[in-house]
Design a protein around this ligand. Structure first.
Ligand SMILES: O=c1ccn([C@@H]2O[C@H](COP(=O)(O)OP(=O)(O)O[C@H]3O[C@H](CO)[C@@H](O)[C@H](O)[C@H]3O)[C@@H](O)[C@H]2O)c(=O)[nH]1
Ligand SMILES: [Mn+2]
Length: 740
């Protein structure tokens, strides 16, 4: 076998060998330009440091030094981010080769879906996700789908029962007509705009739509009125709720709905359906349940007795499959003869179906998904991001990668066929009990790792520390589509949880900063640090958006004159970073307005979420608070939805987040107005940078002034919040101006 390097593409030479890799990797073509650009920004940053050190003034010395500290920290942080842009890699699987070679020996795949609250994660959404994965283009007898329900909701269970019946029609239908996507809701939405030409297809579509609508109606009635009594009496699964006292206090509920050998598990064409299991692990108030990580570990054990597949797809309940080939795509990486054996997990991007036109809240996470994860892949390790990821069971269960001795072995499946379904259920239930993990390594070295609100990231690190590599596959047709937060508050709360979780990793035994050396590449350590130190960026950001503006009031100058050569590095860094982020954004399909919105959200999360994340970490250190996982709402009220569509920022309630944001916004407005009034008095040129900075802050904060003073709809900022932030901003200005 010969390898040739062509235009940076490593391809196997096919002329003299029969071997074709199951996937191909391509390096970023623009990497030289990127690197040159980063280097030039770095040089400019060095000049800024030099300027700060060489020009410390008498008047305003502390403000100056503070600004220097802020710049120092943000530049180091910027440097960490460069690691994620240095070495991008793009992957491409060849799934026809996979079926040519392995169609008859494909491994089993277990799919874990997580839900935790039937109100903010509606059962209809959950079962659409379930149905979309049951209909994967993959041998049905090798697929097993598990739903973990941390709310132990009988409504969700009822919906799953309904879905298991509907699947008997849906799975054959979607395969017969090769429909995409295979979430019924998403498919019907698309097909209503483009009616199928084929007569059979149109007829069957009408019939299945009717079945779906009937099911939807039954489930929505059950949501309003409770599970109908006939259903309860018909299915003995509901008897498991007899001893249920609350979602925090109940025994394990487990029901195997479809198995390979039951008659009830055939579809209308007589083919078996994927195994389908409902699990709600035991909960007791005196035991910590570790949120999703805890649920994942229970499912890992439960599934090991039922299907024990070697590959596991982890999915949030709001992420339906958008492409029926994703399982095969992922397997191309794991089953590649040359490199497959070292891959611990394959991560697909998270993409969302409800992003507004110009991504008002920056929730598309497009820079992370389209740039940074490719960068981490370049160093052998994209992060595990909790959903849309295929994991090797061995790797997740804490097994070390044993170097090249490790051989992929897909055939030796541990086929645990139990004669008796009930026996199997009883055995599995015990594995999901509260006490099972006591004095074991579960959550420490085995399974999903506890101790961070981003259980996914820390789990990915633990897998990489065991020597496994990971791969990022970002297909053109997205593999999964999910739901992102649709209000400012939900976004800020989510960002706080993420930033806090990232920081918890810093103090854990899986901190790449302290323990990454020798285990993962330096570039990847830097990449992880970029996220782990995320929250700390609040300090320079708050400093930068408050102090220079306040200094305007006292005529303290903190930047070079426009005509001085020292102005060049400042202007260069500001322009270079903003244009490069604009180009980066446009390149991946964003809009100019979207870039501006992203900039605003960067400021808002930086000055509120990240600060609160740091505060929570400190409070926790003193034992004053316990970090908790606030589940993101997946539903939206009508009026809120209308504003979201129009991209009008949603406030609506008072919250410490909003007080913080509007105080900073008003402070800048006051400073700017005062300065403009007295502009003739100050030496204009000396202050231009500072006035400009303050001006940009005012400009970007326009939605807040609107929310405070110009709007009358329900999404405006409440007057209480307005009064509080006016008082705070004014006192800061007065206090600062009277300071000697
Ligand atoms: O006690 C819990 C809490 C949450 N979940 C599930 O966890 C998933 C993610 O929760 P969500 O509220 O949607 O959080 P997000 O911030 O949107 O999730 C992102 O961030 C999480 C933490 O990093 C990751 O686990 C997710 O995969 C990732 O999509 C959902 O399916 C929940 O049902 C549980 O199963 N048990
Ligand atoms: Mn989510």
């Amino acid at each position: 076998m010969k390898c040739s390097k062509k235009r940076g593409i490593k391809v196997m030479d096919s002329s003299d060998s029969e071997y074709h890799s199951l996937f191909e990797s391509r390096r970023d073509r623009g990497r030289h330009i990127r690197r040159l650009f980063s280097f030039s920004v770095f040089v400019a940053i060095c000049f800024i440091w030099a300027y700060r050190l060489a020009h410390i003034p008498e008047h305003g010395k502390w403000a100056w030094l503070g600004l220097f500290a802020a710049e120092l920290w943000s530049s180091l942080y910027w440097l960490l981010g460069q690691a994620l842009r240095w070495n991008l890699i793009f992957r491409k699987p060849f799934n026809t080769r996979l079926s040519q070679r392995y169609e008859n020996s494909l491994p089993g795949v277990d799919i874990f879906v997580f839900t935790a609250d039937p109100v903010i994660e509606p059962p209809m959404m959950v079962i659409n996700t379930i149905l979309s994965v049951m209909a994967y283009d993959y041998p049905v007898e090798k697929l097993s789908v598990y739903l973990s329900d941390d709310a132990a909701s009988d409504i969700t269970f009822y919906a799953l029962l309904e879905a298991s019946n509907f699947a008997k029609h849906w799975v054959p239908f979607s395969k017969r007509f090769k429909v995409e996507p295979r979430s019924p809701h998403a498919y019907f939405n698309i097909s209503s705009s483009s009616n199928p030409q084929d007569h059979d297809h149109a007829k069957d579509l009408a019939a299945i739509k009717k079945l779906y609508e009937d099911m939807r109606k039954r489930i929505e009635d059950a949501v309003k009125l409770g599970v109908p009594s006939e259903a309860r009496s018909k299915h003995n699964g509901f008897s498991q709720w007899d001893s249920y006292s609350s979602r925090h206090d109940h025994e394990t509920i487990l029901q195997i709905l479809h198995t390979r050998d039951s008659h009830n598990s055939k579809d209308v064409d007589g083919f078996v359906l994927p195994t389908l299991v409902y699990m709600s692990r035991e909960k007791r108030p005196q035991y910590h349940h570790y949120y999703k990580a805890g649920a994942m570990n229970s499912l890992l054990r439960v599934s090991s007795t039922i299907s024990n597949s070697k590959i596991i797809l982890v999915l949030d309940c709001d992420m339906h499959s958008n492409h029926s080939q994703s399982v095969r795509d992922a397997l191309c990486f794991f089953m590649d003869e040359e490199k497959g054996h070292e891959i611990g997990f394959v991560q697909f991007p998270q993409t969302f179906e409800n992003i507004s036109k110009n991504d008002l809240y920056g929730n598309s996470l497009s820079i992370i998904m389209e740039v940074e994860l490719h960068g981490a892949d370049g160093y052998g390790g994209p992060l595990f991001i909790g959903t849309c990821g295929f994991l090797r069971r061995d790797a997740l269960c804490g097994k070390k990668f044993s170097g090249d001795h490790y051989k992929n072995d897909w055939n030796d499946e541990n086929e645990l066929v139990k004669a008796n379904l009930q026996e199997l259920e009883v055995e599995s239930k015990a594995l999901a009990s509260c006490t099972y993990e006591g004095n074991t390594l579960w959550g420490k070295e085995i399974g999903a790792i506890y101790g961070s609100l981003v259980e996914d990231v820390i789990t990915g690190i633990s897998i990489q520390f065991q020597g496994w590599k990971s791969v990022y596959y970002n297909p053109r047709r997205k593999g999964f589509l999910g739901i992102a937060p649709t209000t400012l508050l939900h976004t800020l709360v989510q960002q706080t949880r993420w930033a806090e979780g990232e920081m918890q990793i810093l103090f854990s035994r899986y901190s790449p900063t302290w323990y990454g050396h020798g285990k993962i590449k330096l570039g990847l350590i830097m990449g992880y640090c970029h996220y782990n130190y995320w929250a700390t960026i609040c300090f320079p950001m708050i400093y930068y958006s408050v102090i220079p503006s306040l200094c305007l009031l006292k005529g303290i100058s903190l930047f070079p004159k426009m005509s001085s050569p020292w102005a060049i590095p400042f202007a260069f860094v500001a322009l270079a970073e903003s244009t490069s982020s604009l180009i980066e954004g446009l390149n991946i399909g964003g809009t100019i307005q979207g870039w501006w919105n992203g900039l605003r959200m960067w400021l808002y999360t930086g000055t509120s979420s990240y600060l609160f994340a740091c505060m929570n970490i400190v409070l926790k250190f003193f034992g004053l608070s316990d970090p908790s996982f606030n589940i993101t709402t997946k539903i939206i009220e009508d009026d809120v939805s209308q504003r979201y569509e129009k991209e009008v920022m949603e406030f609506g309630t008072s919250s410490p987040f909003f007080t913080m944001l509007s105080t900073i916004a008003l402070l800048n407005l006051f400073c700017l107005l005062t300065t403009l009034k007295e502009l003739i008095l100050i030496e204009g040129e000396q202050m231009i940078f500072q006035v400009l900075l303050c001006g940009i802050l005012v400009f970007i904060n326009f939605p807040i002034y609107q929310g405070l003073f110009l709007r009358s709809d329900k999404g405006r900022l409440p007057s209480y919040c307005a009064i509080k932030s006016i008082a705070l901003a004014l006192s800061a200005c007065i206090f600062f101006s009277t300071l000697t």
